[in-house]
Write a protein that binds this ligand. Sequence first.
Ligand code: ZN
Length: 277
Amino acid sequence: MLIHSHRLFAEGGAPVRFLQATHQGGTIRPRFLIMHYTAGGSAEATARYFAGSAARASAHLVIGRDGEIIQQVAFDRAAWHAGKSRWAGVTGLNSCSIGIELANWGLLSSGPKGHCSWTGAAVEPERVIFAAHRHTPERQQAWEIFPAPQWQAAVAAAQAIVAVYGIGEAGILGHDDIAPGRKIDPGPGFALDRFRAEVTGRGGDGAEEPEIFTVRSPSGLNLRSGPGLYHPARKLLADGARVQVIERQGQWWLVSEIVDGRADASGYVHSHWLQAG
Ligand SMILES: [Zn+2]
């Protein structure tokens, strides 16, 4: 993607849809990129909310689960996304950061009827992972996943942003980094370390190439919704299936199955049944 006059353009040169947010501040020089989730339904609904008069918040970009990107504030203007925040001696990061909102319900509640959002919307089991937020490492909770098209759109947009504004890897942060105790987004469903690595292209030396493993288990390997045998199986990976490692939690690794060269279903597997390469 490209940036021209602080607006985002698709690779082919078409501008990303712009729907102006009501609330924005003055001119900024962005030094940080802050990732959020909306705790909401569609990107369209969030974008319309930011464009309305009731909202007391805004963001530069809203990205849908399908990868659609809507820009709402030019990148050289402050958006109201960070709130009370502090990082590296800086307070009030709205005045020096770009905010990306990802359409995602975030933390879910789990009951006998399954998982649902704070609004009561049902979230299908294949869209749920169990993970502990780093603020509360003792608690495994259910979170909505970020689907591959949304992830790829966020990486592409962030690559353009960090290149144009000179934001380093250490400047890519979660809202939960800059407002701990107040905010938990984007949470453990969003692998921020992997995001930083993909955005900044870290690993020209090969050290950060995607880690590919092959399933070595004649009866297949369960891809589970959380790190442990008590989490339901989402899918049975075939012997010989190839997976990309997203994150390691001890013996349990969060992986995506690779289908036709692209990351597909994700979940947790026991690493004993994986062979490098
Ligand atoms: Zn946030």
